[in-house]
Design a protein around this ligand. Structure first.
Ligand SMILES: Cc1cc2nc3c(=O)[nH]c(=O)nc-3n(C[C@H](O)[C@H](O)[C@H](O)COP(=O)(O)OP(=O)(O)OC[C@H]3O[C@@H](n4cnc5c(N)ncnc54)[C@H](O)[C@@H]3O)c2cc1C
Length: 483
């Protein structure tokens, strides 16, 4: 058991309590603290634990949203892409993508070219190169492993990639703490006291000390991603469902003969969904699926049918080497916290975020964030903080996050607070050894000893942490050991 704070450290009324330390919660914490609000950020596991770490890790304008005429979302995403390339250039890098175009594709060569022109137009102020179109012959030389049957040509364009979005969360949490926010991981909100149309206090369980703490906030913002409805239900049974989560899974394999050296973006043969094969972390990331999901949010794993789908689509896009289940190093899955819209195909649900003020549902100081993308988290955070100022009745302080680079981008020494407490924290969200082919298993023993020494954990406590890490690893591999 470790004690990081006492109740007296929390005996004040915060301007805002943020529930959820994914990319959006950490982003809001930083923005609000920089603008002078007193902030408490509570994360039940660790920063970046949720949907953020299950993403495809692209910082993208959302080319496909053009099809749904979501031009403002594309423009917003392209502006944010540029800001991340500037302010977080140590984490976010340009990536060249190619779209092979085939004879019977839903979109013709000229339709893709028109889409590319529009994408360039909407990012007229970008630093990345504009698109180019390639003939069949040029593309075969460019990416010889990609299927060339019925190939017409290809489009080549740029977006950006963040190898570790978890790190964006952590750095935002550090920058929030430097701006005087109190940021606490392993702190699960378990009750919201709703009195006379207001959340008057909340209780959280500090999982490291196993103690409960009660805290007050003038405004409460629920940024718990796929868990948003679960949090709302703590406040009232009358709040309508907000999230229509869809599950997305990826498989990770070693570079294989014929594997693309550029990111390839195509449409899945079987259902026309967007499909990616992306060089990532010196490995190959293949995804994703998009399936309605209403089950346990804390033990998600790729199903057999998802793995079969991803392998079969990868093999039809890159046919030379037949990828099999045994080639998969691990999988990961997460739930997109999309808005709940009945009778809509998952792929067609808007990726625009909604900042929902529950005053319309009878709770005056509760806000929930629904949906969004990694790419647009900064803008979402700015809008949420603007709303907080309005609800607090304070004169708005202008947002600064467009201008100030990330701490890791300024070559400053990261004097990080004890931010990593468990085996999973270190392997999955700080050192990223857990994302390597061996899933960090060879480091577990040494790390356990180091954590024991640093925090004084007992043998039982460290064993529990190792068991939890092994459970995560087995979720990532469970289908792979099936015969
Ligand atoms: C398969 C997939 C691919 C994607 N690809 C991309 C992409 O390439 N590019 C892109 O821009 N976007 C992508 N996205 C979308 C993006 O990942 C999400 O929109 C974003 O990560 C949501 O962040 P969040 O902070 O809202 O939620 P989360 O990251 O889920 O954070 C919510 C946090 O709340 C915490 N929490 C829950 N309950 C409690 C509680 N009771 N108390 C305290 N804390 C709690 C959770 O532990 C969690 O850490 C993808 C999403 C998926 C699933």
């Amino acid at each position: 058991m470790i004690n990081r704070f006492t109740q007296s450290d929390l005996n004040k009324e915060f301007d805002v309590i943020i529930i959820g330390g994914g990319i959006n919660g950490c982003g809001i914490a930083r923005d609000a603290a920089l603008r002078g609000l007193s902030v408490l950020l509570l994360e039940k596991e660790d920063f970046g634990y949720g949907c953020t770490s299950a993403s495809t890790r692209l910082i993208h304008g959302g080319l496909r949203y053009l099809e749904y005429f979501e031009f403002s979302l594309v423009r917003e995403s392209l502006i944010e892409r540029e800001l991340l390339l500037k302010n977080a250039s140590h984490l976010v890098k340009p990536i060249e993508l190619c779209i092979p175009i085939y004879k019977n594709d839903k979109r013709s060569f000229f339709e893709i070219k028109a889409g590319m022109l529009l994408y360039d137009l909407l990012s007229f102020d970008k630093t990345l190169p504009c698109h180019k179109m390639m003939s069949k012959e040029e593309f075969i030389k460019f990416e010889p492993g990609v299927n060339s049957d019925n190939l017409v040509g290809a489009a080549i364009y740029y977006d950006a990639q963040v190898t570790y979005p978890e790190r964006i969360c952590v750095e935002n949490a550090i920058m929030a703490a430097q701006a005087s926010a109190m940021v606490i991981n392993h702190a699960e909100v378990i009750t919201l006291k709703n009195e006379l149309r207001k959340i008057t206090s909340l209780t959280f369980l500090d999982r490291l000390s196993d103690k409960q703490f009660t805290v007050k906030g003038k405004q409460i913002i629920n940024v718990s991603g796929p868990w948003v409805d679960k949090l709302c239900s703590l406040a009232s049974n009358d709040i309508k469902r907000k999230i229509g989560g869809t599950k997305g899974s990826h498989i990770i394999v070693n570079k294989f003969p014929g594997a693309p050296t550029h990111a390839v973006y195509s449409s899945a043969k079987s259902d026309n969904r967007p499909f990616f094969i992306i060089p990532w972390n010196d490995l190959i990331l293949i995804g994703t699926t998009d399936i309605h999901y209403d089950e346990d949010l804390d033990s998600i794993s790729a199903s057999k049918s998802e793995v079969d789908y991803l392998l079969s689509e990868a093999n039809s896009l890159v046919p030379g080497y037949k990828l099999e289940k045994k080639d998969i190093l691990y999988t990961y899955s997460g739930i997109r916290p999309l808005p709940y819209i009945s009778n809509t195909k998952p792929g067609a649900i808007t990726r625009k975020h909604i900042i929902f003020d529950h005053k319309d549902e009878g709770i005056s100081n509760l806000i929930s964030v629904i949906g969004g993308k990694l790419t647009t988290y900064r803008n979402l955070s700015e809008q949420a903080t603007d709303l907080l100022f309005k609800k607090l009745g304070r004169k708005k302080v202008e947002c600064m996050t467009m201008e100030i680079p990330f701490i890791g981008n300024q070559n400053l020494c990261l004097s990080e607070p004890d931010y990593a407490y468990t085996v999973s924290d270190v392997l999955l969200r700080r050192s990223f050894l857990g994302l390597n082919p061996d899933l960090g298993m060879p480091s577990v023993e040494k790390l356990s000893n180091a954590l024991k020494e640093k925090y004084g954990y007992s043998d039982d406590e460290i064993k529990k942490q190792v068991d939890e890490y092994e459970k995560t690893v087995s979720l990532r591999q469970c289908l792979l050991v099936e015969t």
